[in-house]
Design a protein around this ligand. Structure first.
Ligand SMILES: *[C@@H]1O[C@H](CO)[C@@H](O)[C@H](O)[C@H]1NC(C)=O
Ligand SMILES: *[C@@H]1O[C@H](CO)[C@@H](O)[C@H](O)[C@H]1NC(C)=O
Ligand SMILES: *[C@@H]1O[C@H](CO)[C@@H](O)[C@H](O)[C@H]1NC(C)=O
Ligand SMILES: *[C@@H]1O[C@H](CO)[C@@H](O)[C@H](O)[C@H]1NC(C)=O
Ligand SMILES: *[C@@H]1O[C@H](CO)[C@@H](O)[C@H](O)[C@H]1NC(C)=O
Ligand SMILES: *[C@@H]1O[C@H](CO)[C@@H](O)[C@H](O)[C@H]1NC(C)=O
Length: 227
């Protein structure tokens, strides 16, 4: 037995205590450090989570096999009901690169500005939740984001801050209450290839980039707006 497999074995025991007899199902979470598992459990306990089991929840977790930090969290659909508070343990998972909280029920929560603490994020999906209010300006700190999905919420105001997210290739803000004109920078962002703004209150005019521009856009959806 190498020291590596012994390490795995002790992580296994730890998870065994936490997830009862189902450790074979949570193989992804085996590399997680105890403090990260504690934060994950605290996060789960902040909500009514009858919609999923602990096993389902940990199946969506991935930790870095060198550092033990959580790098990926994909919440099962319909897992959590409740308020996502600014002091949530979620915002202690600073090494997250992929976070998918879509199709849950964060009842009448505004978008916490603390998402900006997770400034290693490359993929963030908050779609189909009950998020209200504006996108906090702190989100302009999420400069590693390549995919941002806030679709199907009740988000208002403008989305100026995405201008600073220069690595974005996929941006989905559809079915919210964004208003104002579509800023021309959005159509010429350096890597943006997919942009969905359907179902908002946006107004014209739209400056469609010409063929000599640097636009990478391949998919642009603008239907169900006000222009
Ligand atoms: C750690 O993860 C990387 C990729 O995520 C993989 O290539 C490597 O084999 C893993 N190492 C161990 C010891 O599991
Ligand atoms: C997030 O999870 C949902 C399922 O709950 C899935 O349909 C969607 O593709 C995921 N989003 C990303 C960006 O991986
Ligand atoms: C988080 O804030 C809420 C109030 O919004 C408070 O009731 C709760 O005790 C706080 N939790 C922690 C762990 O500080
Ligand atoms: C952005 O991050 C820097 C440090 O990385 C921090 O000093 C600054 O306050 C953050 N800005 C916002 C708006 O969160
Ligand atoms: C966004 O980018 C602009 C231009 O690069 C910069 O002046 C501004 O400070 C940035 N905003 C934030 C909140 O980082
Ligand atoms: C195309 O767009 C670029 C940059 O916006 C502009 O400089 C150029 O004049 C435009 N060309 C035509 C033919 O409209």
């Amino acid at each position: 037995m190498t020291s590596k497999s012994r390490l795995c074995f002790s992580s296994l025991l730890l998870l065994h205590c936490i997830v009862f007899d189902s450790y074979f199902l949570v193989i992804n979470a085996l590399a997680c450090r105890p403090d990260q598992i504690k934060a994950l459990l605290e996060f789960k306990n902040e909500f009514e989570s009858g919609g999923c089991t602990r096993i389902d929840y940990f199946n969506g977790v991935l930790c870095d096999n060198k550092t033990g930090a959580v790098t990926k969290l994909e919440l099962p659909s319909g897992c959590f009901t409740g308020n996502l508070k600014p002091n949530s343990s979620l915002f202690e998972l600073h090494k997250l690169r992929y976070l998918n909280l879509s199709h849950n029920n964060f009842i009448s929560s505004s978008l916490p500005s603390e998402f900006s603490n997770l400034n290693r994020l490359e993929v963030l999906s908050l779609s189909s939740n009950g998020f209200l209010g504006q996108i906090p300006s702190s989100y302009s700190n999420l400069t590693w984001l390549t995919q941002l999905d806030i679709s199907h919420n009740e988000v208002t105001g403008s989305f100026q801050i995405v201008q600073n997210l220069t690595k974005l290739s996929i941006l989905d803000l559809s079915y919210n209450h964004f208003s104002g004109t579509i800023p021309s920078y959005l159509l010429t962002m350096p890597f943006l290839s997919y942009l969905d703004l359907r179902g908002n209150h946006l107004t014209g005019p739209i400056k469609v980039p010409n063929s000599s521009s640097s636009s990478r856009l391949e998919h642009l959806f603008l239907g169900h707006n006000k222009y």
